[in-house]
Design a protein. Structure first.
Lengths: 156, 776
């Protein structure tokens, strides 16, 4: 099977995709984009969160074929060249990153939240990130990071 | 804050609920919180975890595992699997060239099962193929003829003399016997209880992964996520029958560890496949396989008894602790050591009788997990301390303060606590922290059940629980615990650059940041390069037992001091002044009154100064086999928690409203990272109290997935108030005290106590499930 999709603004085609492969596998193993992480294969942990046509999805739950002709944005596509997105910058600065395996998914999920809700309350942050498991941080500094990113984005 | 016991004390508070400004990072020396050097790579998705590795011509390895908890292997037929197109190799026990046995403390676990399988999930065969799905399908075509045998799955049954032996000669891994004081002490008040703790999983997010690359010299290079490269290397060499120089390991990105990467997983398997196929082989477990691919926290069955005066002062304590080690020894011996020597908590107890046992069963092997033997015991001693408080009518915090250890006391093995033991102070701090606001039924998101809309406040009761615990830091009972550091100083492009090289595993906790901070502090340079972690330098010891900042930190400090001495010696010759009169200050050599005598660049020229130091912490000693007495531990770390919960007593749903803590860290080398450890560790303890358990029925794991094994989400974790004390340990580098494990030990018992307080039910088992609360 050939899979052609737009990833981070660039059209990519890969051949010989086995129909059972997920979007996550194709991104990681065939397109050289290992940023989205494989941690549960069941859509429980959110580590593989990417945008599909602007909607955050668990890439492990999307069959590669479903992504044909659609637009994918991964964590690798959020920074503006060398300049980190404010969400990424805040995650680094607030200590929201330890092992970092959950981070790509959380960064995409927080990016999506702030695009929808520029100044979320703590309860809104918690609801929005409830699908992303982190085993290292206890989430305190992740909350700090989202609050900081929201504050910075609010500035013109 | 004034220090206790004459120690200079410093305290800092973190109020996280209002933070909007980034922390101040300072100049990147110790005591600052510089940014992690790998942070940017991790937020952009560019950091290479073990599961991200890729190599030209790479193929994929998979493992065939036993479906039975106990069986004899009558035969294995790989013929059909080998015919699958795309398959490069199928291996069984016959293909293990060296010893078909590995293990952290005892080499009792086969690389691939030969005659028997002893737990569900034990590796039996391996396949390498072009595509992981091809390998999985081929593995299903391997025919293993099993003769199923009776399984011993109850650790109490395993102790019976007539129980089937999982290994010869029998099922006892260790019996730790500890006796102190009077033989049959009596006390006016006696309380006792039975307590059980379920099997917890480390649940690190990055699954076990590695890439083995065959080398031209006939050896192999392994890139792997692990906690201790050199202990892996030793075991791999024995299994492969190769000398050390032919088996080279490099740490790849580690997605959390928490003890679950102390034992081998993909290591030998990937090397075997790579050496057989002559191709690079990647192995990466899925989540289900991960549950079978690493050891878990030992489940525990415990009986505790306290005898006390009528004012609550402890007269004696007895404990009987049974830990289910599962099918192989792993680190059960040492876990029993902790559950025995530390398992009565941070209390002064004159008369003690402890019996701690670890046994083999046909359950999944258990070994290291954060808190290591202290976690299980803490649930029992803290529940019983509440019982005692109620029995004598003394406040639950006050009774702990009254019995709490102080510096200079002897613990139950007779060892003197020779640095700060602020038990009473930690409890006072958490008691005095602001309480969360009262229950507000107007927003159901804050209630137990939340948007499940299960209650609007009716049937919800609030409870408060306290806990104080302690843990050893570093390896104990006579283990020669050390780390090696190589530090190099040179001029690059007109700037002084230090390179620090250790084999100590960075698993997310921030050791690489700490290594940089120590080099900046000791050498006065700004730029510090952290060399990739590999086996071309001496062992860094394990990233476990809360020991790396202490031990590898000590090694880096010592290596920096050696570099500094060498630089000054060099300067001394050029300047004609004794080295003792010279100091390295920034990038300058200065004299006794601070006058600049030379620049570092002038002294070094094009040369590099490099020193390698192996640094050992103070020796510890074996305990007496009959009495359990001895100086078993190098350092003790104390923490206290206060938990506040709202419980829907009709449905058994629990909402943790607050989880506040105080901990003595000796010296916070990186305060921000210290808080991160405390937050994350507390979450794991809370998880064990309320939700985390691997359900094992007749030796079969029932919930090997994140759908069925629950870990705390951001909705489950309450805001935390954290207070950190810094009472320097005079015996440790910079005064540091291990940080990582204490919060995991004291948080769970506080949560369990709060649920008991809310429900007025005994709740003698964790995790506490809804049906335990409702009785349905």
């Amino acid at each position: 099977m050939r899979v052609t999709t737009t990833v981070n603004g660039t059209e990519q085609s890969v051949d010989d995709v086995w129909p059972g492969e997920s979007l996550l596998y194709v991104l990681r193993e065939r397109m050289g984009l290992p940023g989205a992480k494989n941690a549960c294969e069941q859509g429980e942990c959110g580590s593989c969160t990417v945008y599909l046509d602007g909607e955050p999805v668990c890439a492990c739950l999307v069959a590669a074929g479903q992504a044909i002709g659609r637009e994918v944005v991964t964590v690798e596509g959020l920074a503006d060249g060398e300049r980190l997105h404010p969400v990424q910058e805040a995650f680094v600065e607030c200590g929201a990153v330890q092992c970092g395996f959950c981070t790509p998914g959380l960064v995409v999920a927080a990016h999506d939240l702030l695009a929808r809700v520029p100044s979320p309350s703590d309860l809104e942050i918690r609801e929005a990130l409830a699908g992303n498991l982190c085993r290292c941080t206890g989430y305190e500094k992740i909350l700090d990071a989202v609050r900081l990113a929201a504050t910075r984005q609010a500035r013109p | 804050m004034s220090g206790q016991n004459g120690h200079p004390g410093r305290a800092m508070t973190d109020s996280t609920t209002t933070t909007v400004a980034p922390p101040v990072t300072g100049s990147g020396r110790i005591g600052d919180s510089p940014l992690r050097p790998d942070g940017t790579l991790k937020v952009t998705g560019e950091f290479a975890y073990a599961s991200d590795l890729w190599h030209d011509e790479m193929c994929w390895g998979v493992t065939l595992r036993s479906p039975h908890p106990h069986a004899r292997i009558a035969g294995i037929d790989i013929t059909e699997a080998l015919t699958v197109p795309g398959v490069w190799a199928v291996l069984t026990a016959d293909d293990v060239p060296g010893d078909n046995a590995f293990g952290l403390e005892h080499a009792d676990q086969p690389v691939l099962a030969s005659e028997f399988v002893r737990y569900e999930g034990e590796p039996v065969a391996l396949v390498a193929a072009d595509h992981p799905e091809t390998a999985r399908r081929a593995a299903k075509k391997i025919r293993v003829d099993y003769e199923v045998l009776p399984a011993v799955t109850d650790p109490r049954r395993a102790m019976d003399p007539d129980a089937p032996a999982v290994h010869r000669p029998g099922n006892l891994v260790r019996h730790l016997k500890l006796r102190r004081g009077e033989v049959d002490p009596v006390a006016p008040v006696v309380v006792s209880l039975d307590f059980e703790v379920g099997m917890q999983d480390q649940a690190f997010l990055g699954p076990e992964s590695g890439l083995a690359v065959p080398a031209e010299d006939g050896g192999v290079d392994l890139y792997v996520a692990t906690q201790w490269l050199h202990v892996d290397q030793r075991q791999i060499c024995l299994a492969l029958g190769m000398p050390t120089e032919k088996v080279r390991l490099t740490l790849s990105g580690v997605g959390g560890a928490f003890g679950g990467r102390e034992d081998l997983s993909v290591h030998v398997h990937a090397c075997l496949l790579a050496l057989r196929t002559g191709k690079p082989v990647k192995m990466s477990y899925g989540r289900e396989e991960s549950f079978f691919g690493h050891v878990h926290r030992h489940p525990a069955v415990m009986h505790y008894e306290f005898g006390a005066e009528t004012d609550g002062t402890l007269v004696y304590a007895k404990s009987d602790v049974l830990l289910d080690g599962g099918a192989y020894a792993s680190s059960t011996n040492a876990v029993v050591g902790n559950a025995g020597t530390l398992g009565l908590g941070p209390y002064r107890i004159p008369n003690v009788a402890v019996d701690a046992y670890g046994v083999f069963t046909n359950n999944p092997p258990c070994g290291a997990m954060r808190g290591f033997g202290c976690v299980q015991a803490a649930f029992a001693h803290e529940a019983l301390m509440d019982e005692l408080a109620d029995a004598v009518g003394v406040d639950r915090v006050e009774i702990r303060q009254r019995n709490g250890m102080r510096e200079g006391d002897r613990n139950i093995t007779g060892q003197i606590i020779d640095s700060a033991a602020p038990v009473a102070e930690l409890l006072q701090i958490v008691r005095d922290l602001p309480m969360p606001p009262p229950l507000d039924p107007s927003d159901i998101r804050a209630l137990p059940g939340a948007v499940g809309n299960t209650t609007h406040g009716e049937g919800v009761r609030r409870g408060i629980g306290y806990s104080v615990t302690y843990k050893n830091v570093g390896f104990s009972e006579g283990f020669d615990d050390y780390s090696t550091a190589r530090v190099r100083l040179e001029m690059t492009g007109g700037e002084a650059v230090a390179t620090v090289h250790t084999a100590a595993a960075e698993v997310g906790q921030g050791l690489i940041t700490v290594e940089q901070q120590i080099c900046r502090t000791e050498l006065g340079v700004e730029r510090v390069v952290v060399h990739p972690k590999n086996t071309s330098v001496g062992s860094g010891g394990s990233t476990s037992a809360s020991r790396q900042t202490y031990v590898t930190g000590g090694a880096v400090k010592a290596a920096c001091e050696a570099v500094r001495a060498a630089v000054l010696e060099r300067a001394s010759m050029g300047l004609g002044r004794p080295a003792a009169d010279l100091r390295l200050d920034g990038e300058k050599i200065v004299g006794t009154s601070g006058e600049v005598l030379a620049s570092l660049g002038e002294v070094l020229g094009d040369d590099a100064v490099e020193e390698t130091v192996e640094w050992h912490h103070r020796p510890t000693h074996a305990i007496d086999p009959e009495t359990g007495q001895g100086d078993a531990h190098v350092q003790f770390a104390f923490s206290a928690h206060r938990a506040v919960v709202d419980v829907d007593v009709e449905l058994g749903l629990v909402k943790v409203v607050a989880l506040d803590t105080a901990q003595d860290v000796g010296r916070a080398i990186n305060p921000d990272a210290v808080l991160g450890q405390i937050h994350g560790g507390s979450a794991q303890g809370m998880g064990l109290a309320l939700m985390e358990e691997i359900i094992v029925t007749d030796g079969h794991v029932r919930n090997p997935s994140f759908t069925d094994y629950l870990i705390p989400t951001i909705l489950d974790m309450p805001p935390m108030q954290v207070k950190v004390l810094e009472y320097a340990d005079p015996h440790a580098p910079y005064g540091v005290r291990g940080v990582g494990e204490p919060p995991t030990i004291s948080s769970g018992p506080a949560v369990a106590a709060a649920v008991r307080d809310a429900t007025k039910k005994p709740l003698r088992r964790v995790p506490i499930r809804p049906e335990h609360i409702t009785g349905t």
